[in-house]
Design a protein around this ligand. Structure first.
Ligand code: IPM
Ligand code: MG
Length: 356
């Protein structure tokens, strides 16, 4: 029986409640599809930091490196300085584990969940590939004359040929697995001239993929198209910062932050799965947040681990529950958080029983 070593960091705010539901679904899937998970649960996050002054100790980081996957609930809390926990936990893993692909599917399961007029599941089915180790996120910033009226603040956007090329190659390969075989490059090379590297690399790599239709949109126009004609997108590759922004927009057109999941990948190595949403401190502990995104992150994690049948079944089950209106994934408070995992588990079991 396959056994997977998984690190679990439930984190801040609503992180623990959505993680608990996601783990119920993971356990049910393990029972049905006969695999085992060995989970190491880490307490890192704001609460732990406030109590111990520890963010992510080296010993734990070394352990996490040797897992097959990491599940993260949510990170961020207004009680600590902005960015401290984000850079100490999420960004640390993305950078030090070299998780260069941030895979963010935007798939609408039910028309009723979409705020766009006359758009349905056939119109919203794309994957944004967000570069995950470069750009403004490398942290190269500084202030001179801090606090004075002459203050200057700078932050450098960093792109490397190797970094851009590998995420593009991943995106072309991904486009190849999809029926439409289309890849859109999203950048702002007309204003951020350093992104000319993206333009040139895309042109070079595309020569190796003559079967993939290529397309280009500047990020501002891409935001407009995603609302006006989301059906134009299949796979899109973009920079770290633009990918961060456009996937919040994407989450909304698929039904809200309570649904959207992501995988931070380094193919072949330990990779990290998380809902796209944040820690939503104002909802924390109230049992009103949607754990659907966290459950979908489990589906992505199982796909990555090779448990394809379990992954697809979780996605299909969630999609069906949303479509049949039994599960209102987005509306805070519609279902108590702690009932959603049970509902998905029951349905998963029922579907598996029919299959057998
Ligand atoms: C995300 C988040 C993070 C990011 C934050 C928490 C640093 O918004 O994963 O989309 O900007 O990457
Ligand atoms: Mg974000």
């Amino acid at each position: 029986m396959a056994e997977y070593q998984i690190a679990v960091i439930a984190g801040d705010g609503i992180g623990p409640e959505v993680t608990r539901e996601a783990m119920k679904v993971l356990d049910a899937a393990a029972d049905i599809w006969s695999f085992r998970t060995r989970r190491s649960v880490y307490p890192f996050g704001t609460e732990h930091y406030l109590a111990t002054k520890e963010i992510f100790p080296d010993t734990a980081f070394e352990e996490v490196k040797h897992k097959q996957a990491i599940f993260l609930g949510a990170i961020g809390d207004p009680r600590v300085p902005v960015g401290l926990i984000e850079y100490g936990i999420i960004a640390k893993m993305r950078f030090e584990l070299d998780l260069y692909v941030n895979l963010r599917p935007i798939k609408l399961f039910d028309e009723a969940l979409c705020p766009l007029k006359d758009k349905g599941p056939q119109d919203v089915d794309m994957i944004i590939v967000r570069e995950n180790t470069e750009d403004a996120y490398v942290g190269a910033h500084g202030f001179t004359h801090k606090g004075q009226s002459t203050e200057v603040a700078t932050q450098t956007m960093v792109y490397t040929r190797a970094g851009v090329e590998r995420v593009m190659r991943y995106s072309f390969e991904l486009a190849r697995t999809r029926p439409r075989k289309q890849l859109t490059l999203i950048d702002k090379a007309n204003a951020v001239r350093a992104q000319d590297l993206w333009t040139r690399t895309f042109a070079d790599v595309s020569k190796e993929y003559p079967d993939i239709k290529t397309d280009h949109a500047y990020i501002d126009a891409a935001c407009m198209w995603m609302v006006k004609n989301p059906e134009w997108f299949d796979v899109a590759v973009t920079t770290n910062l633009f990918g961060d922004i456009i996937t919040d927009l994407g989450a909304m057109i698929q039904g809200g932050m309570g649904i959207a999941a992501s995988g931070n990948l380094h193919p072949g190595q330990v990779s990290l799965f998380e809902p796209i949403h944040g820690s939503a401190p104002k909802h924390a502990g109230k049992n009103v947040s949607s754990p659907v995104a966290a459950i979908m992150a489990v589906s992505m994690m199982l796909d990555y681990l090779g448990e394809k049948a379990a992954s697809v079944a979780i996605e299909t089950t969630v999609a069906e529950l949303l479509r049949s209106k039994r599960l209102k994934g987005v509306q805070t408070g519609v279902h108590p958080t702690n009932e959603v995992g049970d509902m998905v588990v029951r349905e998963l079991g029922a579907r598996a029983a029919v299959r057998v």
